[in-house]
Design a protein around this ligand. Structure first.
Ligand SMILES: Cc1ncc(COP(=O)(O)O)c(C=O)c1O
Length: 392
């Protein structure tokens, strides 16, 4: 028997919308051989072996049950130490840190706890649009702060000021960003000033903190004086330790905020998997050399791709951070979705159009650097041929 699903499904789902071009590209990819995958934001590099070993040992020792809803206290202590060491932040592991199922759950919980119907959340463009869904699901409204492609699309404090209304409650900050780069510490301080002046909360996603290049400095929002009380810091090992599939993240926030999130976290997932928490503990307490080595590999690929794009005559946003090159393809006389479809069909290279990341200009594609280096070299060879054939 079939049911009339249209009448059963919730209105919230309608707000969230369809999957469109991403599914189309992935469907084409599934039917082709030998595609170089440069679409998703999932590191190709393996999780470092000492982390995997720790997880195996934990399984042998019975890490197969629920843990505390906010995570094992050993892991929360290790996260508190990491936050002190790397970010100059002080959080009490007992009451101010919550381990989550990826950074994703942390943001979902934060939006749940903060938003009432019609509350406005300031977001940049382009951006990691997955958080739009969390905002919409809880009845909030993403309000775009215009960002200028000629200034690498980075948040501009004066534009944030202009976007504030009496309903503004939250600034959603992803710094370092995806698919764009990184804010200078002075800009973070300017944004903090605005948040304090207008009594706003900042949800600060810092998951790319270790994927930064060219000597840039990352400043955690909560480390700016006056911001700790109004910041929810979101982070996790997914990107820094190539641990996307383990599903671990965390948030750090003042105790009353953590307290508010505890029951919802229990309802959503009960806890982050115990074995994953053991792996994350090894990541944060073990050698940090693999993080540096991975950054070196990403940098090598980044430099290689920048040189190739220069040779192809394609412009891109300054990639001071992250795994991505946000590249303008309009000089080839086609829109980004056509470019991605043709590049996939004709050259067997998968990249995603900027529309998936709320590109306001409809000019860009996102090239991710997360295939083995030799495959990226192959992708460059194919892209050059494709671009030459288009220009011919
Ligand atoms: C900015 C940003 N935050 C969070 C995530 C997801 O993190 P996690 O895998 O820890 O849920 C991603 C994944 O691409 C991301 O780009």
């Amino acid at each position: 028997m079939t049911i009339a699903l249209e009448r059963k499904k919730s209105d919230k789902l309608a707000a969230v919308g369809g999957v469109g071009i991403r599914t189309k590209l992935l469907d084409i990819t599934a039917k082709l051989d030998d595609v170089v995958l440069m679409g998703r934001g999932d590191p190709d590099l393996p999780t470092p072996p000492h982390i995997i070993e720790a997880a195996k040992r934990a399984l042998d020792n019975g890490a197969t049950h629920y843990t505390h809803v906010r995570g094992n206290i050993e892991l929360r202590r290790a996260i508190a130490e990491k936050l002190k060491r790397d970010n100059n932040l002080d959080y009490d592991p007992e009451t101010e840190i919550m381990v989550t199922v990826g950074a994703e759950e942390a943001v979902f919980l934060a939006m749940y706890a903060l938003l009432n119907e019609g509350d406005e959340v300031l977001v940049c463009e382009p951006r990691y649009t997955s958080y739009d869904e969390a905002i919409l699901m809880w009845g909030g409204k993403p309000v775009v702060v215009p960002c200028d492609p000629d200034e690498d699309f980075l948040f501009k404090p004066e534009n944030i000021r202009k976007a504030i209304t009496p309903r503004t409650k939250v600034i959603s900050l992803v710094n370092p960003g995806n698919p764009i780069g990184m804010l200078d510490p002075e800009v973070v301080e300017e944004i903090a000033k605005i948040a304090i002046e207008h009594d706003l909360i900042v949800i600060s996603d810092e998951i790319y903190e270790n994927i930064i290049f060219d000597g840039t400095k990352h400043l955690s929002m909560a480390a700016v004086p006056g911001m700790r009380e109004r910041t929810i810091t979101v982070n996790g090992p997914s990107k820094s330790y190539a641990m996307t599939g383990w599903r671990c993240g965390f948030l750090a926030a003042p105790a009353p905020i953590c307290e508010m999130l505890t029951e919802p976290a229990h309802t959503i997932a009960i806890c982050c998997p115990a074995v994953t928490q053991a792996a994350a503990l090894a990541a944060y307490t073990g050698p940090q050399e693999p993080v540096r080595q991975m950054r070196e590999i990403y940098n090598e690929r980044r430099v290689m791709m920048m040189k190739a794009l220069d040779e192809m005559g394609l412009k891109y946003v300054n990639p001071r951070a992250g795994f991505y090159l946000f590249t303008d393809v309009t000089s080839l006389g086609m829109d980004p979705e056509t470019f991605c479809t043709r590049l996939l069909q004709e050259a067997r290279v998968l990249v995603f159009p900027g529309s998936l990341f709320a590109d306001p200009t409809n000019r860009f594609v996102r090239i991710s650097l997360l295939s083995p280096t030799a495959r990226i070299e192959e992708a460059i060879r194919r892209m050059k041929q494709f671009v030459a054939s288009v220009k011919a």
